[in-house]
Design a protein around this ligand. Structure first.
Ligand code: NAP
Length: 644
């Protein structure tokens, strides 16, 4: 069978090939040419990228050099086409490593290469697929319940199905996608490049934008669900109320409530929670909130029946969601007042709203491994580099401004990006340049649309604190009244209440929420002592603030969970449970590491990363490469396996 990433054979005309190459990533194209021709000398000459920056996919090559590559490419692609587009011969490991370093203009340390090879699947092998026990009767007697059908729950379903294990996915919404089902607010789009923000085992030639909007993302998960025939396993509009472990039978009893209110139970040998962290809206308890008379709703519960046109809209909160909403609605409303408590750092990204042109889509579909190398090109600069910019150097002098020299450089770059847009408006500059170190909160992707919106005549950015809400106005602490017709809460989620509001009762009836309180913790973010055969995807300590993608993380976690299930089946065990000392040691290390990061720094006054005590339990401080290697397979010595 042809390698699924080797490109679909084509008979495109010479003219159409030349046309397609106009807007492709030229460095990525050059690596595809190496595959097509088998000639590495193509990348050993002077034509090469000059530098690396996230989402700068042309490697700063000059127009002349790019044109020269295009003319070479037309010849190589034509010859390849005329040979019938054969599957390219495999490239040696040494050459692949050389190609990686060539593309990103820097050393790619050897420890990263296996992870990257797996992520890119250049050999056409989905290495994250796990083989499990081959006895069909044993598998049939091992039903699994997955909670949630967002990107990680769907992935769990795909892996369980591949392994031949019966499963049911319980999803509270009426459709697939999780956050991409719920967040239909105007302007909602992903801020990790889509050619990386998608499953590693799915080709990526269909995205119409580099950072797709919500409907396209939801449709992607829908199409993957159908391709892998997962839907028959899903119960839609059904909420999991809780789950209780029975030590005697080695099963979980999962309580559910369907949309019509009917409650029922399911028995499962294992439960995989894939509920996400960002789906329970947080609406702050601002005095007078209940006196508001007009329409009001949270960003993740957008009320599309409310017509905003010609209305005065007040939006409380402007983090990642509000930052996307304001530019999307400002044009159609009479006025928009944005109440922002903390200014946000933004990362310059000119591609943020760009469409993927037909030439690029042709290349992604037909040119061998073009899509794979493109994936690597946007993955690598957002991989572990951000971690260093976020690490606190305790000896750095001005800690309120920056936490290290590298963090200061990041601050300067971000500040120039902001002031370069609104330098002629000192009042606005004072409001929009953050007063805390860069990357201390979630950094937003920006193409200029946010500040352009704030300079509109009908938009007002208010940085003064809110005192209270009245029937038709928001009033700030300086006594100023801001009348409005519609109130939007873009105020985030109760992210620190992991797995809430489900009641999970483990060994001896211990309640997980009570056990965790404000300090949720799990070994690798996946397993908790006292809760056998319960696995979390996107659990405590796994949210990514420095780079990567939650889909990458979900693939790591799902493989690990499947490894645990495989161990249960292989040994005919009743239960697998993480050792307490392993769990505690891991979380002590995690907390110590988080203490060294800017997200924990006292200069950050408000952050959804923090619990009520001001501490962080939901973020990962780990390099992706470490987390990947720790989750490749469970070390059974770290678990207690109980016999039936
Ligand atoms: P958020 O980043 O937590 O922003 C919430 C906003 O509400 C902030 O401006 C916050 O101010 C404000 N706020 C909260 N409580 C307040 C109070 N009591 N008084 C005044 N203001 C208050 O929430 P979000 O924008 O929904 O984003 C949450 C996360 O979802 C993001 O960080 C990201 O991980 C994800 N997300 C991703 C995308 C994307 O991929 N493009 C889009 C949306 C969301 P402070 O900053 O002062 O706390």
């Amino acid at each position: 069978m042809r390698n699924p990433h080797a490109g679909v054979p084509f008979d495109t005309s010479d003219e159409a090939i030349a046309e397609a190459l106009v807007d492709v990533s030229i460095p990525t194209l050059m690596l595809s040419l190496v595959h097509m021709s088998g000639d590495p000398s193509l990348i050993r000459g002077p034509l090469r990228p000059a530098g690396l920056f996230l989402n700068e996919v042309q490697g700063y090559m000059s127009e002349e050099d790019k044109d020269e590559v295009r003319s070479i490419a037309v010849r190589v692609i034509r010859e390849y086409r005329d040979r019938g587009c054969p599957e390219p011969a495999p490239v040696s490991a040494e050459l692949l490593h050389e190609m990686m370093e060539w593309l990103v203009c820097e050393e790619v340390p050897a420890e990263y290469v296996p992870m990257l090879m797996e992520e890119m699947e250049l050999d056409g092998t989905d290495a994250r697929r796990t083989g499990v026990h081959s006895d069909p009767a044993a598998r049939a007697a091992f039903p699994v319940v997955v909670i949630g059908c967002g990107q990680s729950g769907l992935l769990a379903g795909i892996r369980l199905k591949e392994a031949g294990i019966p499963f049911t996915i319980i999803e509270k919404n009426a459709g697939v996608g999780g956050t991409w089902w719920e967040n239909t607010y105007p302007g909602a789009r992903v801020d990790v490049g889509n050619h990386f923000y998608c499953y590693s085992f799915e080709p990526t030639d269909t995205w119409t934008e580099y950072f797709a909007r919500q409907p396209e993302l939801q449709a992607y998960f829908e199409s993957v669900m159908h391709k892998y025939a997962i839907e028959p396993h899903v119960r839609w509009s059904t909420e999991v109320l809780g789950a209780a472990w029975d030590d005697r039978t080695g099963t979980w009893t999962v309580r559910t409530r369907a949309g019509d209110g009917t409650e029922s139970t399911l028995e499962a040998r294992a439960v995989i929670s894939a509920v996400g962290q960002l789906n329970r809206p947080h609406i702050p308890d601002i005095p007078g909130r209940d006196t508001w008379a007009g329409p009001s709703f949270h960003s993740a519960r957008w009320d599309h029946s409310v017509d905003l046109s010609g209305q005065r809209v007040a939006m409380i909160g402007a983090g990642a969601s509000g930052f996307q909403i304001a530019p999307a609605i400002a044009d159609g409303v009479e006025s928009l007042t944005v109440f922002q408590r903390t200014a946000q750092w933004m990362f310059p990204n000119p591609n943020y709203h760009e469409t993927v042109g037909p030439g690029v889509r042709w290349a992604l579909r037909h040119l061998p491994f073009y899509g794979r190398w493109y994936r690597f090109l946007i993955l690598w600069p957002g991989c572990d580099k951000g971690l260093e910019a976020a690490r606190v150097d305790p000896n750095y002098p001005d800690q309120q401004r920056a936490v290290s020299e590298m963090n200061e450089l990041t601050r300067q770059m971000f500040t120039e990006w902001i002031t370069g847009q609104v330098d002629d408006d000192p009042d606005l500059v004072a409001k929009v340049v953050p007063d805390y170190p860069a990357t201390g909160k979630r950094t937003l992707q920006d193409n200029g649309s946010w500040l352009r919106t704030l300079t509109r005549d009908n938009v007002d950015l208010v940085r003064t604190g809110i005192d209270h809400i009245e029937a038709d106005a928001v009033v700030t602490v300086d006594g100023r009244r801001y009348p409005a017709d519609i109130l939007v809460y873009a105020t985030g989620f109760t992210a620190t209440e992991v797995l809430s509001p489900m009641e999970i009762s483990g060994r001896g009836g211990v309640d997980l929420r009570t056990l965790w309180g404000e300090r949720p913790a799990a070994y690798l973010g996946i397993t908790v002592p006292g809760f056998p055969n319960l696995f979390c995807l996107y659990g405590p300590g796994t949210n990514l603030a420095h780079g990567g993608s939650l889909i990458f993380h979900a693939e790591c976690q799902t493989r690990y969970v499947m490894g645990c299930i495989a161990a249960l089946l292989a040994g005919d065990h009743a239960a697998i449970e993480c050792r307490q000392d392993v769990h505690d040691g891991y979380n002590d290390r995690l907390q110590a590491e988080l203490d060294t990061m800017v997200w924990s720094h006292p200069s950050i006054r408000h952050s959804w990363y923090r619990n009520d005590e001001g501490r962080i339990y939901i973020l990962s401080p780990w390099r992706l490469v470490d987390y990947w290697s720790w989750t490749r397979e469970p070390d059974l010595g770290e678990f207690v396996l109980t016999d039936r």
